[in-house]
Design a protein around this ligand. Structure first.
Ligand code: NAP
Length: 248
């Protein structure tokens, strides 16, 4: 039997890039998967791919900063698929600039999506998971949340915030057998977030990667799959860097 057979997962920002790879990996492992993003058609494309992998799927247009929309999603998932047993907080955005040029709205948008979005979604799934006395909450942070990055103060703050948030939640929910962990990817090109970088910028980044290559969405999905599975039952409050050694 597939490892995640019978489990119901929600992947936020599952419409493309790393989120889509995570949704497909969880489906390949036997989970039924609900994906959300603001763009309904793109989310539906992932749901079709999940269904083609043989899993039940559902997709919705949801803005993770909107608690009501998130609450409706979790209820719908619960009614139609069951669970949820696994939440992957993957939705994220960047609005890069140096501090002196960063607009307040760019600070707010990044913190709202990347950090408040995880709060909203985690809060919505916590009740059914507590009732079930089991669950997995996995948030996608970034190496930037660990070591910082000039020009990304808002993004780094949101991603570092996710780590503190997850460790606190891990302590709160451990008695209910719910684990809460973080995956911190390094540089993963060719997603919506990184597709515009020049070759020179990519080469510059690779100079700081001991394994001398970028990561892939599938390698991030591997880590998420492990943290979603029973194999990680004794792992909670941890940050797993999938970064080619960048932050060792
Ligand atoms: N790529 C990298 O190098 C890298 C490295 C470290 C960490 N990460 C993290 O990995 C995650 C995925 O990144 P990616 O590179 O795959 O980026 P991406 O291709 O831009 O995907 C981002 C996803 O988030 C969704 N999203 C954005 N805002 C949302 C909102 N308010 N509500 C719901 N969904 C929202 C997007 O869909 P809509 O726009 O339709 O809403 C999309 O599905 C992010 O958290 C990112 O910070 C990426």
């Amino acid at each position: 039997m597939a490892e995640l057979s019978g489990k119901i997962a929600i992947v936020t920002g599952g419409s493309r890039g790393i989120g889509r790879a995570i949704a497909l990996r969880l489906a390949a492992s036997g989970a039924d998967v609900a994906v959300c993003a603001r763009n309904a058609e793109a989310a539906a494309e992932t749901a079709t791919l999940v269904a083609q992998a043989g899993a039940r799927s559902l997709s919705r247009s949801v803005d993770v900063t909107d608690a009501e929309q998130v609450g409706d999603l979790v209820k719908e998932v619960s009614d139609q698929l069951g669970g949820p047993d696994i939440l992957v907080n993957n939705a994220g955005i960047t609005r890069d600039n140096l501090l002196m040029r960063m607009k307040e709205e760019d600070w707010d948008a990044v913190l709202e999506t990347n950090l408040k979005g995880a709060f909203t979604c985690s809060k919505a799934v916590a009740r059914p998971m507590m009732k079930a006395r089991s669950g997995r909450i996995i948030s996608i942070s970034s190496v930037v949340g660990i070591v910082g990055n000039a020009g990304q103060a808002n993004y780094a703050a949101s991603k570092a915030g996710l780590i503190g948030f997850s460790k606190s939640l891990a302590r709160e929910l451990a008695s209910r057998n719910i684990t809460v962990n973080v995956v911190a990817p390094g540089f993963v090109p060719d997603t919506g977030m990184t597709g515009d970088l020049t070759e020179a910028a990519v080469e510059g980044m690779m100079a700081n990667v001991p394994l001398s290559r970028p990561g892939t969405p599938e390698e991030v999905a591997d880590a998420v799959e492990f943290l979603a599975s029973d194999r990680s039952a004794y792992v909670t409050g941890q940050v797993l860097a999938v970064d080619g050694g960048m932050t060792m």
